[in-house]
Write a protein that binds this ligand. Sequence first.
Ligand SMILES: *[C@@H]1O[C@H](CO)[C@@H](O)[C@H](O)[C@H]1NC(C)=O
Ligand SMILES: *[C@@H]1O[C@H](CO)[C@@H](O)[C@H](O)[C@H]1NC(C)=O
Ligand SMILES: *[C@@H]1O[C@H](CO)[C@@H](O)[C@H](O)[C@H]1NC(C)=O
Ligand SMILES: *[C@@H]1O[C@H](CO)[C@@H](O)[C@H](O)[C@H]1NC(C)=O
Length: 316
Amino acid sequence: MQILSVIGTAVIMAFISCAGASPTHQARDTSSLYPNIADTSHATPALVDFLHDFFTIKSLHDIDGWASYFAPSGDVYFDAIIGFGVDKANMPSAFSQFISQGKPDGRSYPLKIIGDMNSAVVFGEDTPDMFGFETRTIAAVDFKDGKVARWVDYWDGRHDGLIALKSPSDEFPKTFGESNITTTPNPVIQNVTSQLNDALSTGNSIVAASLFSFDAIFEDRTTRTRIEGRNSIQQYLFRALTSVPYGKGTTVRHVVGSSGGGAYEWIGSPTAPTQNGISGFKLDSNGSITKLSTVWDSSQVNNATMEMLVQLAVQL
Ligand SMILES: *[C@@H]1O[C@H](CO)[C@@H](O)[C@H](O)[C@H]1NC(C)=O
Ligand SMILES: *[C@@H]1O[C@H](CO)[C@@H](O)[C@H](O)[C@H]1NC(C)=O
Ligand SMILES: *[C@@H]1O[C@H](CO)[C@@H](O)[C@H](O)[C@H]1NC(C)=O
Ligand SMILES: *[C@@H]1O[C@H](CO)[C@@H](O)[C@H](O)[C@H]1NC(C)=O
C-alpha cells in the first residue's frame, strides 16, 4: 500500500508538470487540492491512502487515471439514482462528456470514510464545478485485489440538475452489480444490518432503537432531519416506519464495511416514496450504532409527501 501510494503520487506529480499547472515547476502538495476534512476515525490507513489518491486524480479531472483505480471485470461504477452502470473500459468516454463541461477548479473529495480495503462506505462531495451541480453522495464500495470492484453512488436528486439524466422507470436497472461481489461481508456489519433491517421492515421501533447507543444520532439526509438520543430515535421510528422508504417492507440489497462501521443499500417496498437508498453507520466498541445517516432520491416525491415526512420528526 505504501508503494502504491508513492506510485500514485508520482503519477499525479507527472500529470501536473505535463499540464504545466504550476508555473514555477515546483512539486505541488496534492494534499491541498481539496479540503482534507474527512472523518477517518473508523477507516484503516490503507483505505484512507487509497481514497486520497483516488479523489486527487478525480479532482485533477484525469478520468483515464481515475479509471485505473477500478477493476477490469464487468460493470464497476454505478449510479443508483440515475440508474447507470459502466465498466472500466468505458468510464473515460462516459464521464468525459460531463467533466468537459466542468471547470478546472471542480473538486471531488471525501467527507467521511468507514471500512477497510475489503469494503467501505464513503461520504463524498462533488463541488458544482465538477459535474455542473453540487452532489453530496454516500457510496457503497467493494474492493478486489486493491482495486474498486463495485462503487455505487447514492444522493438526493430533488435539487440536483444531474437528475435530468435519470433513466425512465421502465428502463431503470433492478440491480447494481451486487451479485458479482462474492466476498463475504464483515460478520459484525452483516449482523447489525440484519437485526436493524428486520426491526425496521417489520415496524419494530423498540428493537431497532436497542441497536443504537444511548447518545446516538439518526440522520435522514433527504428530509434533512436529525434525531438525537436513543429514546428520541425510538419515538421517531415509531411515528415514521410506516411512511419512510427505509421502514416497513424494506429489504437489504448489499452490505459493506468493517467491524467499526459500514453501510447497507436497501430496497424500499413497492409503495414507498422511493425504492433505492443507503444507510451508513459507525459502531462503538460494544457494537452499538453511534451515528446513522441515510439518503434516498426524493426527486419524484411530491411536496405534500415531503412535508408529511418532515413533520414526522417533530415530537408533538
Ligand atoms: C459480472 O461479471 C461478469 C464477468 O466478469 C461480467 O461479464 C458481467 O458483465 C458482470 N455483471 C455486471 C452487472 O457487471
Ligand atoms: C449477532 O448479534 C446478536 C445480538 O447481539 C448476538 O447474539 C449474535 O451472537 C451475533 N452473531 C454474530 C455472528 O456475531
Ligand atoms: C458498553 O456497554 C457497557 C455495559 O452496558 C457500558 O457500561 C459501556 O459504557 C458501553 N460502552 C460504550 C462505548 O457505550
Ligand atoms: C414544490 O414547492 C416548490 C417551492 O414552493 C415549488 O417551486 C414547486 O413547484 C412545488 N412542486 C410541486 C410539484 O408542486
